[in-house]
Design a protein. Structure first.
Length: 580
């Protein structure tokens, strides 16, 4: 018999190739994780940037509303005083002077001046020292659009005329009516946007935040810084077409708050805009593009380092596992090779031993049978029992050696079927004859039910004989005295079926499974014969039936008996000449 060729261990070239594959897989994993992380960081940063701008807008809106609403409140108080004395010029002069001289509030809120315009457009204004000017030109007040000012309501406008005051003015106009509800004139308060800008800067939450206030005519009321590139401003001009398009969709004169945002993390353009509640102004906030880029780059760098560290850890772990697995596989292969060699040596030893034992066993069997039959003369009666014991045990040893040799040949795939036309009745009779001595000694009857017209079987006669002999031997071993073993052969659905049924001790369902395994034996103490079995016969029967593409089934009941059914396929059935 040829020995199995030993498997080679991983060569250095194979190991290096596997190492390169692992490194490539780790690099691909890092790349994939980096892409996923970049997308996640980009989305998270985008959301966090918008949230920061929204929080900033809410704070600055409150500051803007507080400043302008107080100024509106002052105008409404002045209107209530003018309402009843609008015909008295000196009374109006007194009111204008009083509020103009309130330096603390003027400086804090950036009030530049108070004006009264009667319905004939005669203008009065209070100087810084409280004195009154009359007949002031309307040229710098033209943006107020006096004819459209609603009574008892504040109108907000922007006066960008800087030739005189070198600053942009925010105009707050309040229409005044008399007791009869007739329009009598307009009170006007001008606020310096520079003062408003200072308040907004003070309450700004983050140093990297930029902001701007825009009116309904796309005029920039105030901004920080003057050139807010991240918003899209150059000086007091909006240069971002995207921002202008978004602003034109806003209804500045509704009381609702409208907000929108835009952010481009690549070029840094970003803004969050919100219409200031109840006012015709839009507050726009943005974050420095450089701040966004730096924080985004920092987060990506940190995540990259984390992924590299994690990937390196797993790479080392995988390499250690791979090295250990390679070492264990090599060790297992060496052990497997040693076991294979040992198995081969054992098998060869058993074959040699079995072969050498069979010859003296044959002599012992022949001699014991001659002595038992007293062919050469009588022997003392006291030796008769020992002679029978010698014959019986020698036969057991011979059966065991035969089983070992058969099992070894089957396992080594040495089954070579020599198919020829077989007479089933003849095979059964030979198998019975082989075991006749045993049946006679135990008074076990054999019944054959085999029709004369039974078709032939295409099979290996010697191996089918071995199958039948082993099954009959098992039936004998597990049968009680004065019982019967029935061997029946018949045709069913074109298949040849041979049944061997005994009236022995039987088995439980789980015991049937044990009996069908190699070295599996069942002893329940109910047999009338001494059961001496090594559990190889039935496993050999199973393998021989499989080699013939035939089936075997076993049914059994305790104390009733066991039935073994052999089913040969149609392809192995050959009808006798002249018979269908």
């Amino acid at each position: 018999m040829q020995t199995e060729q030993l498997k080679k261990q991983d060569s250095p070239t194979e190991f290096n190739f596997n190492l390169k594959v692992i490194m490539l897989m780790v690099a691909v994993e890092i790349l994939i994780l980096m892409c996923i992380s970049f997308v996640k960081i980009y989305v998270d940063k985008k959301h966090s940037t918008i949230n920061k701008m929204r929080e900033e807008v809410d704070v600055l809106e409150k500051v803007f509303i507080d400043d302008t609403e107080y100024s509106s409140y002052v105008l409404s108080q002045m209107a209530s005083l003018v309402k009843n004395n609008y015909n008295k010029s000196e009374n109006i002069d007194s009111i204008l002077s009083h509020y103009s001289l309130n330096l603390n509030e003027k400086n804090f809120f950036g009030w530049h001046g108070f004006y009264w315009l009667d319905k004939n457009h005669i203008v009065k204004n209070a100087n810084i020292d409280g004195s009154i000017n009359r007949g002031t030109s309307l040229s710098f007040l033209s943006n107020v659009r006096l004819s459209k000012i609603a009574p008892e309501k504040v109108f907000y406008g922007l006066n960008p005329n800087t030739s005189k005051y070198f600053t942009t003015m925010l105009d707050l106009a309040y229409g005044v009516t008399n007791e009869n509800g007739e329009f009598v004139g307009t009170l006007l308060l001008q606020m310096q946007t520079s003062s408003l800008l200072e308040d907004l800067e003070i309450y700004r939450r983050n140093n990297f935040t930029n902001f701007a206030v825009v009116d309904s005519k796309l005029n920039v009321v105030t901004s920080y810084p003057i050139n807010a590139a991240s918003i899209g401003l150059v000086g007091r001009t909006i240069v971002s077409q995207k921002l202008m398009d978004d602003i034109t969709k806003i209804n500045f004169f509704s009381n609702s708050s409208k907000e929108f945002s835009y952010i481009n993390m690549i070029n840094g353009t970003n803004y969050f805009a919100k219409k200031i509640r109840n006012m015709p102004y839009l507050l726009v906030v943005s974050i420095d593009a450089e701040y966004i880029r730096s924080t985004l780059t920092q987060k990506i760098a940190i995540k990259f380092i984390e992924i590299i560290i994690l990937a390196s850890f797993f790479l080392v772990l995988v390499l250690l596992i791979y090295k250990r697995e390679t070492w264990l596989r090599a060790k297992a292969e060496r052990a497997s090779n040693m076991a294979t060699k040992a198995t081969i040596a054992k098998s060869e030893f058993l074959s040699y031993t079995a072969h050498e034992i069979r010859s003296p066993l044959g002599f012992i069997l022949t001699g014991s049978e001659i002595m038992d039959k007293k062919l050469f003369g009588p022997i003392p009666q006291q030796y008769q029992e020992y002679v029978q014991g010698i014959n019986h045990n020698a036969r057991l040893i011979l059966d065991f050696i035969t089983d070992i040799l058969d099992e070894r040949n089957i396992i080594n795939d040495n089954i070579r079927l020599e198919d020829k036309i077989c007479d089933v009745k003849e095979l059964v009779e030979k198998a019975i004859l082989t075991n006749r001595t045993r049946f006679n000694s135990s008074k076990i009857a054999i019944e054959k039910i085999i029709p004369d017209n039974l078709p032939y079987l295409m099979a290996d006669a010697r191996k089918i004989m071995q199958v039948l002999s082993n099954l009959l031997s098992n039936s004998y071993k597990y049968s009680l005295d004065n019982t019967k073993i029935t061997v029946e052969a018949k045709m069913s659905a074109g298949k040849l079926i041979i049944t061997i049924a005994d009236q022995g001790i039987g088995m439980e369902e789980d015991e049937i499974q044990i009996a069908m395994t190699k070295y599996g034996t069942v002893h329940n103490g109910k047999s009338g014969n001494a059961i001496e079995s090594y559990g190889l016969g039935l496993s050999i029967v199973l393998m021989l039936m499989k080699a013939h593409n035939a089936e075997i089934a076993i049914t059994s009941k305790v104390s009733i008996g066991t039935t073994v059914t052999l089913t040969f396929p149609k392809s192995r059935v050959i009808a006798k000449i002249g018979e269908k």
